[in-house]
Ligand binder design. Structure first.
Ligand code: B3K
Ligand code: ZN
Length: 759
């Protein structure tokens, strides 16, 4: 934090409290000031000089030096201060705001990489236009600059008028970036831009209110991406990531309320809980109030708090004011850590045509007792044998939503002509764990018949999760048949959605569903066997899809969502076929790799091959490395794929990769690609019984801690689920945690994570 140099470029990172490393200051977010910044530098070394706000003066200082003066008229907290000086190329364009202000927008990158910045610049323009129509928010300076640097601890930073980015989230070309990279660039450019209002114009009174800007801004970027792409497909992605990162956090020793009550090191609270659960709270608020009142509440929030350092209470007060609703019970979502469980049971009375749903929520607090109930919006519907039962109705359900605000409640539907399957938490209307015992047959009815795309996908996930936890070839056959019908009827109509339906829950998600004594090897085997089973049973269909989705010869690559969806289904089909028949799969993947015309297909084929041991894989990996020897961001993908190979030899492979010329412990992207992917993406090897996986990550933390405590502390969070592992693995994890604890002079960042993890 503070002022540093990345590949010759001077840059700053001040959030949360880095400004005090640049100069003495009352470095708190509620101390707001107008800044004028004069930057002076050697002209050859730093021809480009950027600051916050508008450029007001430039000039020479003697023969070799020059200066620039930037003035930012908007009062801001010190954490939004930034400056950049270096040799940089740029792409730029103009945008005129809805109130007629001409804005020059530019993206600065390493000279020579300018063509790779076009997509990011386009995303800036689309973000500006979207915030005007979706939220009535216009940009408020004459320039908006984005700078890409290659050493950056997180994704990006929303400094006023001068967003600084990890180059991974700016640079893209079809040859070097995947569809996923394009989508992430679009989302992060939008996120940082949207902070201009949610974070900068209205900032946080103190760091306990972090979710006020982060949860809200994630919600805003999710909405933007949903409008740019497919809404249901994007929603499924949001929930997958919530379950992969936030649910485990909320279930382990690092759990904390969305608005934490205490912290030792605030930089350790930029978490999935603050960001993603924070966004879910905003989403629930919109569901409860309706789109119109929600928008009115947002307008009110900006009107009342512009230029202020606000609190969660200020945020909720705006919505209470416009809707007349009492939101005091809803506010508990900010205070209660943990993921609530929602248990539901159903009874059907055919004679009366009556169907009752009984809800019980629970979220044990500190003393093991349930606290006061949360307000849970449950979007729902009933699904009959040939589709949703539209004539069924309940007085408690309005616009398809039932609001549960008691510990237990029952609602009754009348006019129910056949026994339905309940479709609950449609579009994942609340961040809870649903406890609803459905049979495979009932789930498969939802997959085939529900009108809610999210729950159709969820139904397939539920069946596969049950089959991973309790393998049964007969039931797997029935599931394959249901998937086959789904693919025949719908795969080509919405390939992106179909690809998600084919993707099984991750090993992490399966582990999350096991109450205790988690054995990652057993989960891996069961998941692998199910993939092989489905790949074999669906083979001919998958091969037909593969052929139908092949791009026309010579077709140009386009990163748009529809094209990306076709690629994702085609690659998912190949991957599943390979699971069923590794030998044929390896040959097919190698062929795909050789013929690929873009990074998405190339990397997908390499990912399929990576799971099939043998010469073909090793040759493919070597060729990939040679081809991209000068592309660090592409080699990160190569590091990551290898770090996640679920084989005993991976540790040895990582040792070799650590001395690869492209690897350096001082670059956060490299560390995350190799060691982070291993710790967070390779459950069987990270938790190896011999402790070798834990110790590799611990050694990295030890080496990294003094130079980059933030990245070290983040790596350490991989140990967060140790208590749920089976005893021998858990013991090894504790051994390594204690080893780190004994390191003299450990950073506050790492010491804090350690203390809570061992707690
Ligand atoms: N606000 C920054 C994160 C700062 C992290 C400080 N350790 C990026 C973002 O969320 O937009
Ligand atoms: Zn943010």
């Amino acid at each position: 934090m503070g002022l540093y140099r990345s590949s010759g470029v001077y840059c700053t990172q001040c959030e949360a409290d880095g400004f005090r490393r640049i100069t003495y200051f009352l470095d708190r977010p509620d101390v707001m000031a107008v800044y004028t910044t004069r930057i002076e530098a050697d002209r050859a070394e730093a021809p480009v000089l950027l600051g916050n706000g508008n450029l007001v003066e430039t000039g020479s200082v003697g023969a070799d030096r020059h200066f620039a003066v930037w003035h930012d008229p908007h009062p801001k907290p010190a954490y939004l201060f930034a400056l950049v000086g270096g040799r940089l190329g740029k792409v730029e364009t103009r945008f005129t705001t809805m109130d007629g202000r001409p804005v020059t927008c530019a993206v600065y990158v390493e000279p020579g990489k300018e063509p790779r910045a076009d997509y990011a610049l386009d995303a800036v323009i689309r973000s500006m236009a979207w915030d005007e129509t979706a939220f009535g928010r216009a940009y408020d300076l004459d320039v908006f600059n984005v700078v890409a640097v290659s050493d950056f601890n997180m994704g990006a930073m929303e400094n006023k008028g001068l967003n600084i980015f990890n180059d991974k989230y700016v640079l893209a070309s079809p040859e070097t970036a995947t569809d996923g990279d394009y989508a992430a660039i679009e989302a992060i450019i939008a996120h940082e831009y949207f902070h201009n209002w949610s974070g900068n114009r209205v900032t946080c009174r103190d760091w306990f209110q972090l979710c006020l800007k982060e949860g809200l801004t994630v919600f805003r970027d999710q909405e933007f991406s949903s409008d740019m792409r497919s809404r249901p497909v994007h929603r499924i992605g949001e929930v997958r990531s919530l379950r992969a990162r936030q649910f485990p956090e909320d279930a382990g020793p690092l759990r904390h309320p969305v608005r934490p009550r205490a912290y030792a090191e605030i930089n350790n609270f930029y978490t999935a809980t603050v960001y993603d659960k924070g966004a879910e709270i905003v989403r629930m608020l919109r569901t409860l109030l309706g789109a119109e009142a929600f928008r009115a509440g947002m307008d009110r929030y900006y009107a009342d708090n512009d230029g202020r350092a606000a609190t969660v209470e200020d945020f909720l007060a705006a919505f209470a004011a416009v809707s007349g609703r009492d939101l005091s019970a809803f506010a508990r979502w900010y205070e209660r850590p943990g993921t609530p469980r929602l248990a539901v049971t159903a009874t059907y009375d055919p004679a009366a045509g009556r169907y009752a749903l009984r809800f019980a929520q629970s979220l044990p607090g500190e003393a093991g007792r349930d606290g006061p109930p949360l307000v849970i919006p449950v979007a729902l519907g009933l699904v009959g044998a040939s589709g949703p039962l539209t004539e069924a109705s309940s007085p408690d359900v309005r616009d398809g939503v039932y609001v549960l605000d008691r510990a237990e409640a029952e609602i009754v539907f009348e006019g129910v002509s056949e026994e339905p399957v309940p479709s609950l938490l449609r579009d994942f209307s609340a961040p809870v764990r649903l406890d609803l015992p459905l049979s495979d047959t009932q789930s498969m009815r939802l997959l085939a018949q529900d009108s809610d795309p999210f729950n159709r996908w969820q139904a397939a996930q539920d069946v596969s999760l049950r089959l991973i936890l309790d393998p049964d070839p007969g039931r797997a056959d029935a599931f394959a048949a249901a998937l086959g019908r789904f693919l025949d009827d719908e795969a080509l109509a919405d390939p992106a959605f179909a690809a998600l339906v084919l993707a099984l829950p991750s090993e992490g998600e399966a582990a999350d569903a096991v109450p205790s004594d988690v054995d990652p090897d057993a989960i891996h085997r069961a998941r692998h066997d199910l993939r092989a089973h489905l790949g074999t049973a669906l083979r001919s269909r998958l091969e037909r899809l593969d052929a139908a989705l092949a791009p026309a010869a010579g077709a140009a690559y386009s990163p748009d969502a529809a094209s990306a969806g076709r690629r994702s289904l085609r690659n998912a089909a190949l991957d599943l076929v390979a699971a069923g028949d590794p030998e044929a799969g390896a040959a097919r993947a190698a062929e795909r790799l050789a013929g690929a015309t873009n990074m998405t297909d190339r990397l997908a084929a390499l990912g399929t091959l990576a799971l099939i041991p043998g010469e073909t894989r090793e040759t493919a990996l070597a060729e990939f490395a040679a081809r991209y020897a000068d592309e660090p961001l592409v080699l990160d993908k190569w590091f990551a794929i290898q770090a996640q190979i679920p084989e005993a030899g991976t540790l040895e492979r990582i040792t070799r990769l650590q001395s690869h010329p492209a690897f350096t412990i001082t670059n956060p992207n490299r560390v995350r690609a190799l060691i982070g992917s291993f710790a967070f993406g390779n459950p069987t090897q990270f938790t190896r019984k011999d402790g070798g996986g834990f110790s590799r990550v611990a050694e990295t933390v030890a080496v990294l801690d003094s130079a980059n405590p933030q990245v070290a502390a983040r790596l350490l969070t991989a140990f967060g689920s140790w208590r749920r592992l089976e005893k021998s693995r858990a013991a090894k994890a504790v051994e390594m945690l204690n080893w780190i604890k004994a390191i003299p002079g450990l950073s506050r960042d790492s010491a804090d994570i350690l203390a809570r993890t061992l707690g």
